[in-house]
Write a protein that binds this ligand. Structure first.
Ligand code: PLP
Length: 439
């Protein structure tokens, strides 16, 4: 909903982590991503406490795709979290920050040979395998390196989570993983068990994102368990680990009611102990929360640069950021809440559409929302932007990406510097060189 340390003073100005947002905007410029340390740590502890109630204790792996930089990896390491990475770049970021590779889960539905080799030589704790082709590639790379790859097979359990269609991944026709219905998962288990350099550790299934119900998560764990029982019968093999993915929703809007983690975890604990045959060890449960750790910790600050009313009465305010720093409204019609700093709680609300600065009609951050009357130079604060904003940011229109600042107990810490124009051209070849290639 908002960072845990959100406060409004008598001047209607907002502070987070004991730091005034107006001060941060002056110091670092806008747009600016601000993250609250306390909120991140509270959410991490929620997962760790809930999963420690399981026997055997579970483990949470933060999904780096939601937001990752070296400092974030360092914070996660400090709190002994696991980390789910989906590319060589995320893996590199974590390793550079000194993250323990044993607590890294290497994901991705397409991994290059180089990425697989990188993960294996870095000794990551688990690799999640997504396809038959990849299974063979993992075997070949592990054989070449001379190691055994600890593998989870990604299963598509066919659970329909009620969320936006584009971020639903658990259906049978999903591009992700091995289907249960078409027998692919069964073939994958069979094949993995014959491979000399693959050590099959268990299964993974992620059913979607921003899920607001509890039942799909419980059903997901149950599906993995029941299929495991079948494979135990047919192949005499039993998983050490069941990874039920991420996807816990957050409260972007007042009507959003996130699922209760403790309810889900205790239901899964019951299932585990009811269904696991006495002679076998109860599998460990892994979870991969991204959004529910970081979304509410983040706000984005924008400067209002234009206000205008168009024929028909529609009122726009335009800000110095947009789809380059937050693609989610354009990509998923995601909705956010916002406030004008210094005017919080004023009566004179108006309905406005907040437009971005990018050259796309669809670059609209907030559609028809009630805001205090905004003027040029006001500071617009958009809430719950910690997840999938910075990590999905682009340089569209050659706009440098904003800085990321962490706040805690009245102090601010620069986590990621604002990109400069020089950064934008760093990887470009000068024109003369390009021309030489055509001669
Ligand atoms: C495999 C996997 N794990 C974890 C996550 C994190 O999901 P969320 O941020 O919704 O918790 C995702 C997100 O798409 C994912 O694809």
């Amino acid at each position: 909903m908002k960072p845990d340390t959100f406060m409004v003073d008598q001047n209607r100005q907002i502070s987070i982590g004991g730091v005034a947002l107006a001060y941060l905007a002056e110091k670092y410029g806008t747009p600016l991503y601000v993250l609250d340390y306390e909120t991140i740590v509270h959410r991490i502890k929620d997962y760790q406490d809930a999963l420690s109630e399981l026997t055997p204790p579970g483990q949470a792996f933060y999904a780096g795709k939601a937001f990752l930089c070296q400092a974030m990896a360092g914070l996660l390491e400090q709190h002994q979290m696991g980390l789910d990475v989906v590319s060589g770049g995320e893996l590199y970021t974590a390793l550079q920050a000194g993250f323990n590779p044993e607590r890294i889960m290497f994901h991705g539905n397409v991994k290059t040979r180089e990425e697989i080799a990188y993960a294996l030589t870095a000794h990551v704790g688990h690799i999640v395998c997504d396809s038959m082709d990849e299974l063979e590639r993992i075997e070949e790379e592990a054989a070449r390196i001379g190691c055994q790859a600890p593998v989870l097979l990604r299963i598509t359990p066919g659970i329909e989570a009620h969320t936006h269609e584009f971020i639903r991944t658990g259906q049978f026709d999903s591009k992700f993983g091995f289907g249960l219905a078409d027998g692919l998962a069964d073939r994958a288990v069979k094949r993995a068990l014959t491979l000399e350099h693959v050590l099959l550790k268990g299964f993974h299934a992620h059913i979607g994102s921003q899920i607001l119900e509890e039942d799909p998560f419980i059903l997901n764990a149950e599906t993995l368990l029941r299929y495991s029982l079948g494979w135990n019968q047919s192949h005499g093999w039993w998983p050490e680990v069941l990874n039920i993915g991420g996807g816990f929703g957050v409260r972007y809007q007042p009507g959003d009611h996130p699922p209760r983690l403790t309810t889900v975890v205790s239901a899964i604990n019951e299932l585990l102990h009811e269904l696991t045959p006495k002679e076998l060890a109860v599998p460990r449960i892994f979870m991969e929360p991204g959004r529910s750790i970081i979304a509410e910790a983040g706000v984005t600050l924008y400067r209002v640069l234009v206000t205008k009313s168009v024929p028909g009465g529609k009122r726009y305010i335009s800000v110095d950021g947009g789809m380059g720093d937050n693609i989610r409204p354009a990509l998923y019609q995601a909705e956010y809440r916002a406030a004008i700093d210094g005017k919080v709680g004023q009566d004179n609300m108006e309905t406005v559409t907040v437009a971005g600065r990018y050259c796309e009609t669809g670059d609209v951050l907030l559609k028809d929302i009630a805001l205090s009357q905004a003027a040029v130079d006001d500071l617009l604060v958009v809430f719950d932007t910690g997840a999938y904003n910075y990590s999905m940011a682009s340089n569209y229109n050659r706009v440098p990406r904003p800085a990321v600042v962490l706040v805690h107990q009245g102090q601010d810490y620069l986590w990621v510097a604002r990109e400069s124009y020089q950064d934008l051209v760093r990887a470009d070849s000068p024109y003369a060189m390009t021309l030489a290639e055509f001669r």
